[in-house]
Write a protein that binds this ligand. Structure first.
Ligand code: ZN
Ligand code: ZN
Length: 338
């Protein structure tokens, strides 16, 4: 499917269960064509879990998706955010302006919101991280200039009216959804679990198609946090997952296992890369840039480089914390086996 075709995708709504609707909202990202917001019946309206990203026309996509299932934005009584990534919270402000709905979100949202106050700092930090990884300066500056844009996918900033932390309950007609903090993918990530229905709103913590992403640089060991969060979610014994992208799924244990396996595999590839599977400029250790293609099994390009390097840095940090690698250089970072 061509890029042009993808960008024409429209918002679509479908009923998953009585009182639960999937609102499938388009995204402009290659390989990630849409995200889900979930509407759940609550009294005379709905609770909206996540909002979709803000882009030109994005509110019309939300309206269209809701209209397909006989809902409308005016019925939104609460906005509940699984995490502060723009594809999940980008439309918070327009929805609040339109509906007056209060917002629930995890207090550690400044990994996103601080950059909204200073977008220049956001782009500069991407450059710094790339340089720290050993990417040559000229291509980094060129890629940054080419990719840089003012539209970060969110309409204004937001600050939750209510903290969404462990144990906070969101009441719905299907019973209470209880907040479970699940950092790792993002510092602000939570899942919401309905024990009566064994139903989990999982955001990006568990996705139908296993795909890892960790925010680098805000907490000490995102991979370690993610693994702990997987343990927490596994213990819930959910049987239906409403995830932030893709269709619902039921095989929770299988998905948890697949995530652990992928982390183990990427970690092993880091160790192999350091141990000589990739060439390096220095006799001692390898830079994240030297390892990235091998570890992530894909070519590093300007458009995906920032993401791939952040992931490799997160794996290396986890290996460092767990005593398997050590940092042997800092300008750029180089890692050797411990
Ligand atoms: Zn996310
Ligand atoms: Zn997402």
């Amino acid at each position: 499917m061509s890029q042009r075709r993808k960008t024409r995708e429209l918002g679509r709504g479908e009923r998953v269960l009585p009182g639960v609707w999937r609102l499938r909202l388009p995204l402009p990202w290659p390989g990630v064509p849409h995200c889900n917001a979930w509407a759940v019946a609550a009294g005379d309206g709905v609770v909206l879990f996540d909002t979709g990203m803000h882009q030109p026309g994005s509110m019309a996509h939300l309206e269209r998706a809701m209209d397909m299932v006989h809902l409308r934005p005016e019925l939104i009584r609460q906005v509940v955010l699984t995490h502060a990534h723009v594809d999940h919270c980008g439309q918070t402000t327009p929805i609040v302006l339109r509906t007056g709905a209060p917002v629930w979100g995890h207090p550690a949202h400044d990994h996103l919101t601080k950059w909204l106050k200073d977008p220049d700092a956001y782009w500069e930090r991407r450059v710094e991280v790339a340089l720290q990884c050993g990417v040559p300066e000229d291509p980094v500056r060129a890629a940054s200039a080419a990719l840089r844009h003012d539209d970060l996918g969110i309409a204004g900033s937001y600050s939750p009216d209510h903290d969404l932390v462990d144990g906070v309950v969101i009441d719905t007609d299907l019973g209470p959804f209880v907040t479970v903090e699940t950092p790792g993918h993002a510092p602000s990530h939570v899942c919401l679990y309905n024990a009566e229905r064994r139903m989990l709103i999982s955001g990006d913590h568990l996705l139908g198609r296993v795909s890892l992403y960790f925010d680098y640089g805000y907490t000490d060991d995102p991979v370690g946090e993610f693994l702990t969060s997987l343990d927490r979610v596994e213990a819930l014994d959910a049987r239906l997952v409403l995830s932030g992208h893709g269709r619902t799924f039921t095989d929770v244990d299988g998905h948890v296992r697949a995530n652990r396996l992928l982390i183990a595999d990427r970690s092993e590839r880091c160790l192999q890369a350091i141990d000589g599977a990739v060439p390096g400029e220095s006799d001692e250790g390898r830079t994240p840039f030297e390892m990235a293609s091998y570890v992530m099994e894909t070519e590093v390009k300007p458009v995906n480089g920032s993401w791939l390097l952040a992931e490799v840095l997160c794996f290396l940090r986890h290996l460092e914390v767990t005593g398997r690698v050590r940092k042997v250089g800092t300008d750029p970072d180089r890692f050797a086996l411990a």
